[in-house]
Write a protein that binds this ligand. Structure first.
Ligand code: AMP
Ligand code: MN
Ligand code: MN
Ligand code: MN
Length: 303
């Protein structure tokens, strides 16, 4: 039934699927709405991500590659084949007050021209930034980082700090990705380079313009104090942002409780996503996060 609907009209499968999913959805619904494939800095091809999600019990998946929609068709094809709900996703890199923040777009039209043009513009700066990162690493005696990182980037236009991180682990300079982002590639450490990403209004405008929902990714990751976090969330809401991730692979128990409370205070929907990049490397596997805490309104009820 699900597969037949998908073949009939893949462009609207998500909205159509809601007629065949139980309504209301069960409280413990295994939605994983944040993960990556080799279309950006994940380790598995998009089809394998979808297969792994289904094998892990995911009932609704969004693939959310950084600044690129290239993996969506392959992941959707697998989801249709196995009968797992699938929504289009993307994780957009933006800067807000000189800080790098990630905004997820969910359940949008992937053919939308303004969204695609905006993402292409973000991607175009990445290679030049990667050269500058490599130059900075060379200054502290780490040679060949551009070429080394590129070997990990199946989509070169999406060369990211994660690919540089894998090179630093491969060369034995760092023991794992966690230590990479403690000692390198972050502000104040070797290899970090400032970059002009999209703006918050751009990212939300593109997502809403394509009929999607804008979600703050892993809010617990940003080094914002309580007052600045509230200012950021106010800006996000004023621009039409509707949801924040409460359950995230990178959230502590305390983050979950803080952002659960903020979701209710601001009237945001709550999202849940592992931020899976690959086996071994990621702390949380697809579909393995705890459920959303009670008392929150799940974002998937709005699709
Ligand atoms: P970029 O988009 O090039 O700035 O790279 C950001 C990517 O680096 C993220 O999407 C993660 O994959 C990775 N990353 C950033 N911070 C961390 C961290 N603390 N631990 C693990 N991976 C990280
Ligand atoms: Mn990443
Ligand atoms: Mn992110
Ligand atoms: Mn992510």
């Amino acid at each position: 039934m699900l597969a037949a609907l998908g073949r009939a009209c893949p462009c609207v499968i998500m909205r159509r699927l809601y007629f065949v999913l139980p309504s209301p959805l069960p409280a413990v619904f295994n939605a994983d709405l944040h993960c990556h494939s080799t279309a950006s800095d994940g380790l598995l091809p998009a089809a394998d991500v979808a297969r792994r999600a289904f094998a892990n019990g995911v009932e609704m998946l969004a693939l959310t590659d950084h600044d690129d929609l290239g993996g969506l068709a392959a992941a959707r094809a697998v989801a249709e084949e196995v009968g797992m709900a699938f929504v289009n996703g993307v994780e957009i890199s933006i800067e807000w007050e000189a800080m790098q923040i990630h905004i997820l777009g969910l359940a949008f039209d992937a053919e939308n021209e303004a969204l695609n043009a905006g993402l292409a513009a973000i991607r175009s700066g990445r290679i030049e930034r990667a050269h500058r990162m490599s130059d900075e690493l060379a200054k502290v005696g780490i040679a060949g980082a551009f070429e080394g990182a590129m070997r990990y980037a199946e989509n070169p236009s999406l060369i990211s700090r994660a690919h540089f991180g894998r090179y630093l682990v491969e060369t034995g300079i760092c023991k794992d990705m966690r230590s990479v982002f403690e000692s390198y590639l972050v502000p104040g450490r070797p290899g970090y380079v400032d970059h002009r990403w999209a703006t918050l209004p751009d990212s939300i405008g593109w997502i809403l313009g394509a009929g999607g929902i804008a979600v703050v990714a892993h809010p617990g990751r940003y080094k914002l104090n309580n007052r600045d976090m509230r200012r950021f969330l106010t800006d996000f809401k004023d621009l039409g942002g509707q949801a924040i991730e409460v359950m995230s692979g990178s959230h502590s128990v305390e983050n979950v409780s803080v952002f659960g409370r903020l979701a209710n205070e601001f009237g945001f929907l709550a999202s849940r996503g592992s931020d899976f990049h690959g086996p071994v490397e990621s702390y949380t596997d697809l579909g393995k996060l705890a459920p959303l805490p009670d008392g929150l309104k799940p974002v998937w009820e709005a699709f």
